[in-house]
Design a protein around this ligand. Structure first.
Ligand SMILES: [Zn+2]
Length: 119
């Protein structure tokens, strides 16, 4: 039996055990990878594989880091504005800005939630 046939047999065994075939291929041999029920990713030839994060995931992480920074800035400004409102409760401009900042923070949290929920 050739090594290719052996790999096909192993792949079939994995599927029979309830593993799912992934769209990713083994970086070393190009065989399709399989995800076991316990979450491990296997190459039929090389055994357990640690997948590098996909570009998409990396992008989502970068995006969330940016959003976190923006949120920090917004929260800091909000804090500064709220101290102004405290000094002068009738300061309508500062009050309006507080409301705008709260709105912006709420929006940014919504964007973060949707990007984390994908996949
Ligand atoms: Zn492999």
């Amino acid at each position: 039996m050739s090594s290719t046939e052996q790999n096909v047999k192993k792949a079939a065994d994995l599927l029979r055990q309830g593993a799912t075939m992934l769209s990713d291929a083994c970086p070393q041999c190009g065989m399709p990878l399989f995800r076991l029920k316990n979450g491990d990713v296997l190459c039929p030839t090389h055994g357990k594989i640690y997948l590098v994060k996909s570009d998409e995931e990396e992008e989502a992480i970068k995006k969330n880091v940016t959003m976190d920074k923006v949120e920090d800035i917004l929260v800091n400004n909000l804090y500064y504005l709220s101290s102004k409102v405290k000094e002068d409760p009738m300061d309508q401009d500062s009050l309006m800005q507080v409301i705008r900042y709260l709105d912006a923070i709420e929006r940014i949290r919504r964007v973060k939630v949707t990007s984390q929920g994908g996949k």
